[in-house]
Design a protein around this ligand. Structure first.
Ligand code: AMP
Length: 125
């Protein structure tokens, strides 16, 4: 079920629970600004989610409300994850779903990082 990305942040969402350590995750990277972990339902050989540590519903919310330091820290973390996973040379894809048309299901900003095989065209027609 896709979420309404204009709603206020819900601190009971599953990624908030992961950040608080209430639900386990398979962490691949963590720093002051971000946590990255394997997607529970991978769509590619590598499918990692990178989330900011701050409470932001979506890319839209983050781009409006996050501090310069949070934005820089998060963007740098996404790059670090891809490098750590050896994905720069073969290439990879980033995706951030926002709201209903974007089919965002979890109301905490997350960037999907896909790799490990040629990923084909961007969207199914
Ligand atoms: P989105 O549609 O962009 O909101 O994607 C949400 C993603 O979160 C999906 O790819 C799910 O498989 C993934 N997901 C949901 N719950 C968990 C969880 N507990 N641990 C890891 N990934 C999860």
């Amino acid at each position: 079920m896709a979420i309404d990305a204009t709603l206020p942040y819900d601190d009971q969402n599953i990624f908030a629970k992961i950040l608080r350590g209430e639900i386990p995750n398979r962490t691949v990277y963590e720093d002051e600004w971000a946590l990255a972990f394997h997607d529970i339902n991978p769509q590619a050989p590598v499918h990692v989610l990178v989330i900011p540590k701050g409470a932001y519903v979506s890319w839209d919310d983050f781009s409006v409300s996050a501090s310069e330091a949070e934005i820089a820290g998060f963007v740098r973390a996404v790059g670090a994850v891809a490098r750590d996973l050896g994905l720069v040379a073969p290439g990879y894809r980033l995706l951030a779903n926002v709201g209903q048309h974007g089919h965002q299901e979890v109301p905490h900003l997350h960037v999907h990082l896909f790799g490990g095989r040629p990923l084909g065209p961007m969207l199914a027609r």
